[in-house]
Design a protein around this ligand. Sequence first.
Ligand code: C2E
Ligand code: MG
Ligand code: MG
Length: 722
Amino acid sequence: MTSLAQPPLPLALIVDDDPALRALSRMSLEQEDLRVEEASSGQAAIDVAAVTMPDIIILDLQMPGMDGFVACQQIRQLPGAEFVPILIMTGLDDIDSIARAYDVGATDFIVKPCHGLILSQRVRYMLRASATLNALRSSESRLAQAQRIAQLGGWEWDLVKDRMHVSDAACRILGIAPALCDHSQASYLARVHEADRALVAEAMREAVADGTEFDLGHRLVQNDGTERIVHVLGETILDDTGRAECMVGTVQDVTDTRATEAKIYFLANYDSVTHLPNRSLFLHRVAQAMTCGAGSQIIGALLVVGLDRYHRLRDMHGSRKAEQLIKDVVERLQHTLSAGVTPVPSTGAETPVLARLSDDQFAMLYTHLSAPEDSAKVAHTLMSALGTPFVIDGTSVTLSAHIGLAIPGADGVDADGLLRNAVTALQAATTTGQNSYRYYSSAMNTSLATRIILEQDLRAAIAANQFVLHYQPQVDILSEKVIGFEALIRWQHPTRGLIAPAEFIPVAEEEDLIIQMSEWVITSVVQQQRMWHKGGLAPTAVSINLSGLHFRQHHIGSQIKALVYEQGGNPQDIELELTESVLMTDASTTIATLRELKESGFRLAIDDFGTGYSSLAYLQRFPLDTLKIDRAFVKDLKLGTADSPIIRAIIGMGRALKLHVVAEGVETRDELAFLRMQGCAAYQGYLFSKPVPANQLQHLLRDRRSEEASMAADRFRNRLAS
Ligand code: C2E
Ligand code: MG
Ligand code: MG
């Protein structure tokens, strides 16, 4: 059961020293459904009101002791008494008393004796008025609160007298004390920021002239010089004749909102590290330029610069240092923007747009080149600007980069297409060696599509374990005995069959898949060695090709060593092959890495020797064990011909450096005979065996086992004989 609580009846306090009058008054008021309290003196009235504040007080003026004037004044001081209606009931009807009564806080007065009905009606009326006033006050306070929260103020402008009434809230926004508000349009405009003043005055003038509204944002300057941004809305009020008589409106401080909007705009359109435009703003600018230049009319170029291996540097040095590196890169790019190419003189110096497309990609739009060929000069300048080493952590770091170029009009008539094609050109450039640039050509899209498919398949292949290892025997040139194997990876593609490493290793290197792949090779080789060992064979040395990327990993020596130990293998049974070009890139750090690998127990070989440009000075300092002569020098060698000075020199140098010289790609007996004559130690090639799966090596391994057994028997016999 629910009961609706009735609001308590209004409480009236009758203050009079005359008990008869109090009784009469009580009677009339109670008939009107009022609760009544009585007080016979001023002090008693104060005591009652201090405990329970009545809804109305009927107060006699003439009382012994404290009179009604003093009582009225003191009651008004009580908490919550500020707006309580006080009805003075007095026999005094002289003007002075009435005036004095109002001065001390009376609300109204009535002359006694008065009829009970008149008293009760007057009290009723005063209670109603008081309730209405209270409601108004609380509504006003709510409105003021809402306006304060919304930083909104109101104003009214009398157009005839040019007087402006500005609310307290509006004064606060304008930064002036309400008392000091001078009320005219001119004084308002004086506070408007100088640069916006004419605009605001014109908007107001137009609204008045047309009798319409105005809606405007502008800056204003407060007395202390603080700048704020306000949004002003105004509406013109017309008189009966249709003439504008006043304008009413609001002013709202939107400084914080605008700052937030600006922040949002920045985050949506700019890169937060470099403060350069991001991809979306760049595309917008490109579209604008192409529209202004009527599509194909502009002579310009869109360049996309891709930094190689940025992510690896970031992993190595941490995000903060990587960000600094990016800022340094941007500084150089910006410098070349202005220094790069002279724009067409007649059009003036149009600054090219530079943007950051992603972590490691930047884009530039040149719109005012003298000739399209100038874009090549730009690419060169950029390359050489980035070519000088950067410094991270006090060490110098060489960044290589690639650039893709697309020409507006020829390579795309819209911003999206043009950028896409420049990125395609960049991807094509990355396959053509370090620090190169390529112009877009339509054929790239087809080769790119093939590459993308290959890349996707490659990722899947790693997950699905589609790789196999083939082993090629390495043979001692004099004894023709197998002294080890080189492990060579192949991809057993589900539809395309066996794919050679030349096709997928470069892709794997670019996409950072090579490290996973390389670790798989090492693990598989050690497992294979363990199986051979279990089958009763002596430790079999296997050469593993190490990619440059893997080689440059931090603590590569201990990493690979741990991997080998994990599988129960021994680093001494593994030779790591590094190509000449890998070793010679950043040769000074190479020495340290090679030493680390050597200390971890691995043998080290320089692979494809003769194809790169080795510095002999370095070669001498590299702690290498083996030198593998590239197949190109072995091909077509014949005894008795004089045209092979290079291979002679290589073998001679290898021997002088005390390296085990191995010739690669030996296919004919002639080649072998020549190599043997020149003192080459070992060879591998189709002549002896192609690379084959481990299970096809059984016969070689069996032969090795019987040889090992007979050698052991010989050793045994020799010992017996001695
Ligand atoms: P590489 O290390 O110089 O390997 C020798 C290449 O010559 C192998 O090609 C081998 O099959 C081939 N070859 C051997 N003997 C002859 C011959 O008599 N005649 C001819 N025409 N070719 C011969 P493959 O297996 O296609 O490997 C090519 C390259 O791919 C390797 O050159 C090596 O640089 C790389 N590679 C292979 N496996 C791996 C691997 O596991 N990791 C890495 N990082 N690279 C690998
Ligand atoms: Mg090799
Ligand atoms: Mg080789």
